[in-house]
Design a protein around this ligand. Structure first.
Ligand SMILES: [Zn+2]
Ligand SMILES: [Zn+2]
Length: 259
């Protein structure tokens, strides 16, 4: 058993199922995914988009325990100021919100905004540190991937982004990542127009062996696909079988793993 729980609160791209508004209001479903977010332990949240408050309620998580939110970028499925305000409200310590340097967001009550220099490591809590790295995604949304140290383990979180930018790729050399969460917006076909902002399954198939060649991934590195667009994929169950073919797993809302 690892030391840190990773709880997938949402694993969707932007094509949200209408079922979330009625029959699935209080539950998770592998084929009706919510906005992409990951809770690390009880106190560190990665992204807080349109559905994240709802996901935290379904997961029965105490939002007052969340001390830090890392924001990958400012698209609405990853950054929702109202939900962040709600988490920060009430009798509690100020919330720390980590964004890429230059992301110009307004003040939110009881929130301390920290602008992250890229490739610089920041301590978040004892045993937890994070480094932001530029991502290949809409530059106006100030996108970054994260390399987290959790005790002696390394977690890569790369949603959203297509392929990798040169500097980020080279920075990851010899990182020996233990667990990587990759953008898999597009399914198992070629020719999608999003190739310079999101990954497809064929792109991930090509990328993983190269990441191993440069030592970015440890020999036992676990790969999880997330930020999945259901409308561009087959069912979750069939995607699991496809991913098995190249040694990856497929995240789903409500999935808990440890690192
Ligand atoms: Zn997104
Ligand atoms: Zn995005």
């Amino acid at each position: 058993m690892g030391k840190y729980e990773l709880y997938f609160l949402g694993t969707c791209a932007c094509d949200f199922s209408p079922r979330l508004k009625d029959e699935l209001r209080d539950s998770f479903d592998s084929d009706a995914r919510r906005s992409s977010a990951l809770l690390v332990g009880e106190s560190l949240l990665i992204d807080c988009g349109i559905h994240t408050l709802e996901s935290l309620r379904i997961a029965i998580k105490d939002t007052r325990k969340i001390s830090d939110i890392l924001i990958t970028h400012l698209h609405g499925d990853h950054y929702n100021a109202d939900n962040i305000r709600a988490i920060a409200s009430g009798e509690r310590e100020p919330l720390r919100l980590w964004v890429r340097k230059g992301a110009n967001i307004g003040q939110i009550e009881n929130v301390e905004i920290i602008e992250m220099e890229q490739f610089r490591r920041y301590e978040i809590a004892e045993g937890i540190s994070v480094c932001g790295m530029p991502a290949n995604h809409d530059p106006n949304a100030h996108p970054q991937h994260f390399l987290l140290s959790l005790g002696d383990k390394k977690l890569f979180y790369g949603c959203d982004g297509g392929w990798m930018l040169n500097e980020t790729y080279n920075f990851l050399r010899k990182s020996a990542i233990d667990l990587a969460v990759l953008d898999a917006t597009v399914g198992d076909y070629e020719g999608d127009f999003r190739a310079a902002e999101h990954n497809s399954i064929p792109m991930i198939r090509l990328l993983l062996p190269s990441l191993r060649t440069i030592g970015a991934l440890s020999d036992e590195c676990e790969i999880y696909l997330s930020h999945i667009a259901p409308s561009l994929h087959v069912s979750h169950a069939d995607t699991v079988k496809i991913a098995e073919g190249f040694g990856a797993k497929v995240a789903q809302d409500g999935l808990k793993i440890t690192i």
